[in-house]
Unconditional design. Structure first.
Length: 180
């Protein structure tokens, strides 16, 4: 049996929900990512106005990312550079902390940021699949998403450090130390 769209618009959550392309999955993943950011903003502790401001600016960019394959490209190089600059600010703040993978822990909203990081990875993987389907994916989009992953990770370190939480490093027995 093939599922079909209802003709009743009240029974249709998204116009492309019955598509077979990975493009719809990408749009749903980026919608989920945007929702994660909204939840994280509401959980930020006092004294994190810098992070709140950055996430407030980032959230609409994620919805622009959402439509930038099916519709017009809405992520500009200037926005990628802004995110890179903000990433470097937080990177400097935690320069003396862990330099590797950590267990995704800490007080809220650090775990939620780890989930956002994973959601950004899902979006990247879906862009890979969309590209394999022959749909053009602008280069800036996967670059932006990869930077998002790193940005969310460094934010977790910042929030945990500000809260006095001690990170638990994770050393893989499967991969060991990867050499460059």
């Amino acid at each position: 049996m093939t599922l079909k769209k209802s003709t009743n618009h009240d029974e249709l959550c998204y116009p492309f929900i019955y598509e077979h392309s990975y493009l719809c999955d990408f749009e749903i993943a980026t919608d989920e990512l945007c929702n994660h950011i909204g939840g994280i903003i509401g959980l930020l502790p006092e004294g994190c106005d810098d992070i709140a401001t950055d996430l407030d600016q980032l959230q609409p960019l994620i919805y622009h990312l959402n439509g930038s394959i099916r519709g017009r490209l809405a992520i500009a190089e200037t926005k990628l550079q802004w995110l890179l600059e903000r990433y470097h600010v937080y990177q400097k703040e935690v320069a003396d902390t862990i330099n590797g993978f950590v267990l995704p822990r800490g007080p809220a909203p650090a775990p939620q940021l780890h989930l956002a990081r994973s959601a950004a990875k899902k979006a990247i993987r879906l862009m890979v699949r969309i590209d394999q389907e022959g749909i053009a994916v602008p280069d800036i989009l996967h670059r932006f998403c990869n930077l998002l992953c790193n940005f969310f990770f460094v934010l977790t370190l910042c929030l945990n450090q500000r809260a006095g939480f001690i990170e638990q490093p994770f050393i893989s027995k499967s991969y060991g130390r990867l050499s460059k």
